[in-house]
Write a protein that binds this ligand. Structure first.
Ligand code: HEM
Length: 141
């Protein structure tokens, strides 16, 4: 459950990315593909070289979706409903992979934010990404 303080911290963190969304998305995906190679099997149609146009383009989409989620923290199920359908019915992404993406995003944020990435921010982002993952996986049941 996200507290009011968690929500504030998540919104602040996102505000600090200002303009770097595409980089953050691309770095997150690149880390995921390197650290958890089986995740690459969902992207056989992509050029998976570091910084490829497809990784950058997709990274931007993922970060934009998280931005939408952040604007709808009290209404995540509805805000992410289409994406939930896509990942469950069309893409059939095994939900375990959502944790891998979340983990990689945390590392990217930590390396960018340095000292500003406090344990409280870490915890808030962790709760947020768990909430997003459970919405993206809820159609599997
Ligand atoms: C597509 C978001 C996790 C695999 C997408 C799209 C978005 C998105 C916004 C584009 C939808 C569109 O074009 O209409 C997210 C978010 C995630 C997440 C917010 C978790 C926080 C994952 C994970 C995997 C995955 C963990 C697999 C390891 C895919 C694939 C596509 C896709 C294969 C289609 C790519 C293409 O062909 O263009 N996702 N995703 N997603 N996602 Fe996810």
């Amino acid at each position: 459950m996200l507290t009011a303080e968690d929500k504030k911290l998540i919104q602040q963190v996102w505000g600090k990315l200002g303009g770097a969304e595409e980089d953050v998305g691309a770095e997150t995906l690149w880390r995921m593909f390197c650290s958890y190679p089986p995740t690459k099997t969902y992207f056989p149609h992509f050029d998976l070289a570091q910084g490829s146009d497809q990784i950058r383009g997709h990274g931007k989409k993922v970060v934009a979706a998280l931005g939408t989620a952040i604007k709808n923290l009290d209404n995540l199920s509805q805000a992410l409903s289409e994406l939930s359908n896509l990942h469950a019915y069309n893409l059939r992404v095994d939900p375990v992979n959502f944790k891998f993406l979340a983990q990689c995003l945390q590392v990217v944020l930590a390396t960018r934010l340095g000292k500003e990435y406090t344990p409280e921010v870490h915890s808030a982002v962790d709760k947020f990404m768990s909430a997003v993952a459970s919405v993206l996986a809820e159609k599997y049941r």
